[in-house]
Design a protein around this ligand. Structure first.
Ligand code: RNT
Ligand code: ZN
Length: 416
């Protein structure tokens, strides 16, 4: 059977249950993911030679990671060629590209240091998102935006202000809003004796950053919380309560990273609550395994539940970023799997009889909900997915991986 024939049959079966697959695919196509650039080089970037710090870690020694802008860009192109739909690229400030003798520290970054990325995005007709990089830097080890040392704190405030300007430049050049997400690693390994002061300083730093004039219709600032980092297990300055309140009061976005909660918390459940108080919120979709391990997103229950909430609450209210970094397997494959798997999860959510479920729930018909939802688990969504890939001109499941292996053999393995 051809992909088209399989789709026609799937379409008929879904239609019999009240789901319009063509309409689902139309909606799916409009959902953009923001693909993180940092899976390609283990979160190293181009502005420094030091290790990754800040309580986040890549583990594994798979060879062939990108070490130059050219390599990273080639790898990003490869991944995008395997992913259906039009998506954005999410950059970190540490991915600045300097000309000869052009290096500046992070507080002095300018739009020109990202010109090559803007050209890259323009050529491919995609938008960009951005992040200050408040880790993996000699000044980031003892606090950044919450640092007790005022000169250190000022350095990171200036860095974030520089990033606001760069974000605005991206938005202007590309004609698409840019999400700028602030995450800091600040915390303590052992029991803090003063929880309040660092948080007060963080609040003041954010106030100073946001007091900088910038076009709020072009740059959507987000703040990202977390539970703990490696080596900072006892206290996190930017906790969830801190940022959720800060974001609500200051009309910026709260970013929920699905790895930044207690392993037994259902992160998907938070989204509908938050959206009653925010018009828009941001996500880092990742896969925590026992801790914030940033495993590659797979097509599992957690991903499907987050996708369901996005679809049910309206994808237009979300900026959906991905955030994982696996250094133990081929990075192109890791990257592609995470992207494709989350799009699959969104498709799966779009192929549910969502309105009918709501009606059944309101009518207290839990009997039918159980049977219907179990029936939908057996529906041929894989045939719809293959059709979507074919229609969008990307390779199907087995074919992209074969091509990826070929890329490893012909391109990656030739890297020094
Ligand atoms: C760290 C945060 C943060 C980073 C990236 C690189 O725990 O999740 O989003 O992973 O900014
Ligand atoms: Zn994150």
């Amino acid at each position: 059977m051809t992909v088209q024939e399989r789709y026609d049959e799937a379409k008929r079966r879904y239609a019999a249950l009240g789901v319009d697959t063509d309409a689902a695919l139309e909606r799916l196509k409009k959902i953009q993911l923001s693909m993180h650039c940092w899976q390609g080089d283990d979160v190293i970037g181009f502005d420094q030679k030091g290790p990754l710090t800040g309580g986040i870690q890549t583990t594994g020694n798979y060879p062939y990671k990108a070490t130059t802008p050219e390599q990273l860009m080639a790898d990003i192109d490869k991944v995008f060629s395997y992913v259906p739909g039009r998506h954005k690229l999410n950059l970190h400030a540490s991915y600045a590209i300097f000309g000869e003798n052009e290096w500046v520290d992070r507080d002095k970054l300018e739009p020109k240091h990202f010109q090559a990325w803007v050209d890259f995005a323009k050529k491919r007709g995609i938008g960009l998102d951005f992040n200050p990089t408040c880790f993996a830097h000699p000044k980031s080890d003892d606090g950044t935006l919450s640092a007790a040392d005022e000169s250190v704190r000022k350095f990171w405030i200036d860095h974030c202000i520089a990033c606001l300007k760069i974000s605005e430049y991206f938005a202007t050049e590309l004609g698409e809003p840019v999400m700028m997400n602030i995450w800091i690693p600040d915390g303590m390994k052992d029991v803090p004796m003063d929880r309040r002061s660092p948080r007060k300083r963080l609040k003041d730093s954010l106030d100073q950053i946001l007091a900088t004039p910038y076009d709020r219709s072009k740059v959507y600032v987000a703040v990202e919380s977390k539970v703990f980092g490696i080596g900072k297990e006892s206290y996190t300055v930017g906790s969830h309560e801190f940022y959720m309140n800060y974001a609500a009061r200051n009309d910026v976005m709260c970013l929920i990273d699905t790895g930044h909660f207690h392993p037994t918390e259902n992160v998907a459940d938070k989204l509908s609550s938050m959206l009653l108080f925010y018009d828009r919120m941001a996500l880092h979709v990742t896969r925590p395994v026992r801790w914030d391990s940033d495993h590659v997103v797979i097509f599992n229950d957690e991903a499907r539940e987050v996708a369901q909430e996005i679809v049910k609450n309206g994808p237009e209210h979300f900026c959906i970023g991905l955030d994982y970094f696996d250094a133990s397997i081929n990075r192109i494959s890791a990257w592609t799997n995470g992207m494709r798997n989350f799009i699959k999860a969104l498709l799966y959510a779009e192929l549910q009889p969502n309105e009918e479920y709501t009606k059944l729930q309101d009518a207290l018909n839990y009997t039918k909900i159980m049977s219907l939802s179990e029936q939908f688990k057996m529906m041929p969504y894989g045939d719809v997915w293959d059709y979507y890939c074919e229609k969008e001109g990307v390779l199907l499941e087995d074919a992209w991986f074969a091509d990826c292996e070929k890329y490893e053999k012909e391109v990656l393995s030739k890297r020094a």
